[in-house]
Structure formats: structure tokens, C-alpha cells
Design a protein around this ligand. Structure first.
Ligand code: SF4
Length: 288
């Protein structure tokens, strides 16, 4: 299979890599994981230098095996009871104004880890009442009670990535269900309409423009507030191959389409990832 060469707009500036070290050392000392490192995110240098990071809770091993994801799937780890306070400590030490907390999927846990999410949110709130808290959650296998544990902790934003078009689910996200993921976003609004919802799509895996537009319409039908659209990059040759590098012009067209459908904020750019420019979204909402 021919590995497509990355176009110029996807090349990262090497010089910044040194700036990453300080944050990595602090995270190691607090035995914390970030999705930035686990998912090899191209923006981590920019985010780390801007003192933002996305903490990954519930271990580094996932109970699922999505074909696009770099997270590993070895033996699932016990939940670390110290993690909530350690995330809160790191948030304070990094002086974050907007913190993002995500996790692997833990279908092995009765509530999918929802209770642990709520403990982390409350621990962060205990150290900083003003901080914006965004959680990027799994689908908790559609468990409404589990989701309520997270909404009861009142994060500012609940993000659940729809990831791709329904036609590609079997190929790249076989353990998830398109409609179940839409339901997660709808149920957040049902449980607490003051919480902003957000979702994200990767493009470049063979989707047609109309199919992406349809996903946007479905998300808006479920009152999703924010949307991120980024270029899929295969973490390795073993992962699902990149079909196409989408041009910056096409990303701009997606942004315009999303805004015309009523999303309050659309971050659409080749290097955009779920938490990229996360703080800007809330700011936009507060100016409305
Ligand atoms: S569920 Fe999430 S962390 Fe697990 S493999 Fe899929 S994308 Fe990766």
C-alpha cells in the first residue's frame, strides 16, 4: 500500500519540540497521561507551550480497538483513585484556564468510568472555581444513568466525537454506533441544557462532502453547539490508511457550511483535533 506523502500544510515545526519537555516531566511526576502524547497529536507542542493539555484518565489501555486510533489495547488497568486529585494538582501547576479531560473507553466498568469523570471534575472545581472544564467522553454504551453522573458534575462542555460518517463505522469504529453517539449528545441537553455540547469529525478516509454535510445536519438536529473537523492521519501502517489529504480550501468550505447550519463555533483545519482551540469556543459563546 503506497504511503501518501504529507502535503506542506501538514508539516510540524521541529524547533518547538524542546518546549514540550517541561510539561512532560511534570505529568510524569504526577503519573498522569495525556491524549496529546498517546494519540501523537500534531498540535501538542503548540498546546504545551500555551500551557494547555488534555488529560487522559482511566488508564492508557482501551477496551475497544478503533482502526484510526493510536491508543493501545493491552490488559486494562485498575482505576487510579489518586487520579482526580493529581489532575487537579496538574491543572493548578500548569495554570490552566481551560482544561480538557478525556479517557479511553472502559466497557469493562459498570458505569463505563462515568463516576470517575465526575470525581475528576469535582476535584478540579475544588482547586479552581473559575476554570473552564471540558470533558471528552466515550458513549458509556448509551447508559443514561452513567451520563447523568457526568452532567450532575456540571462541566462547561461535554464533547463526544461522532468521528466519521455512518457508512464508515463498521470499517473504522466497529464497536460504536452512529445513532448511539448522536443520542449521547442529545441526552446531555435533556439532562442539563446549560451544558454546551461539542463533537468532532476526521476527514480524509473516503467520505464524500455531502456525507459530511449530513453528519453536520444530524448534529445540529441534536442541538450540538461546537464542531471540530480535522485531517485524519494514520498513526502507523497498521492503522486505517489515509485516503486523501483534504485541502485547506475544503476545510474552509466545511467551516462556512457548519456556521450556516447554526454551530456557534466550527474549528475546521487540517491540524484541528478535538481539544484544539477549545478555550476560544467558550469565549465565543460568552460574547453572544
Ligand atoms: S474508543 Fe477511543 S481510545 Fe478507544 S480505540 Fe476507540 S478512539 Fe481510541
Amino acid at each position: 500500500m503506497e504511503i501518501k506523502r504529507k502535503p506542506r500544510w501538514l508539516r510540524v515545526n521541529m524547533e518547538d519540540l524542546q518546549k514540550e519537555e517541561a510539561v512532560k516531566r511534570m505529568l510524569r511526576d504526577l503519573s498522569l497521561n495525556t491524549v496529546c502524547q498517546e494519540a501523537n497529536c500534531p498540535n501538542r507542542i503548540e498546546c504545551f507551550s500555551n500551557k494547555t493539555a488534555t488529560f487522559m484518565i482511566l488508564g492508557t489501555q482501551c477496551s475497544r480497538n478503533c482502526r484510526f486510533c493510536n491508543v493501545s489495547h493491552e490488559a486494562l488497568e485498575p482505576v487510579d483513585p489518586k487520579e482526580p486529585e493529581n489532575v487537579a494538582k496538574a491543572t493548578r501547576e500548569l495554570g490552566l484556564k481551560h482544561v480538557v479531560v478525556t479517557s479511553v473507553t472502559r466497557d469493562d466498568l459498570t458505569d463505563g468510568g462515568a463516576g470517575h469523570f465526575s470525581k475528576v471534575i469535582n476535584a478540579i472545581r475544588a482547586v479552581d472555581k473559575e476554570i473552564a472544564i471540558e470533558v471528552l467522553i466515550p458513549d458509556f454504551q448509551g447508559d443514561f444513568k452513567a451520563l447523568k453522573k457526568v452532567t450532575d458534575a456540571k462541566p462547561d462542555i461535554i464533547n463526544h466525537n461522532i468521528e466519521t460518517i455512518p457508512r464508515m463505522y463498521d470499517k473504522i469504529r466497529p464497536q460504536a454506533h452512529y445513532n448511539q453517539s448522536l443520542e449521547v449528545l442529545k441526552n446531555v441537553k435533556k439532562l442539563d441544557s446549560s451544558i454546551f455540547t461539542k463533537s468532532g469529525i476526521m476527514v480524509g478516509i473516503g467520505e464524500a462532502t455531502e456525507e459530511v454535510h449530513q453528519v453536520m445536519k444530524d448534529l445540529r438536529e441534536y442541538q450540538c453547539d461546537f464542531l471540530t473537523i480535522g485531517q485524519y492521519l494514520a498513526p502507523s501502517k497498521e492503522h486505517y490508511p489515509v485516503e486523501e489529504y483534504i485541502t485547506p480550501e475544503a476545510f474552509k468550505a466545511y467551516k462556512d457550511k457548519g456556521e450556516s447550519l447554526g454551530f456557534s463555533f466550527v474549528a475546521s483545519d487540517p491540524l484541528v483535533r478535538s481539544s484544539y482551540k477549545a478555550a476560544d469556543m467558550l469565549e465565543t459563546k460568552s460574547q453572544e
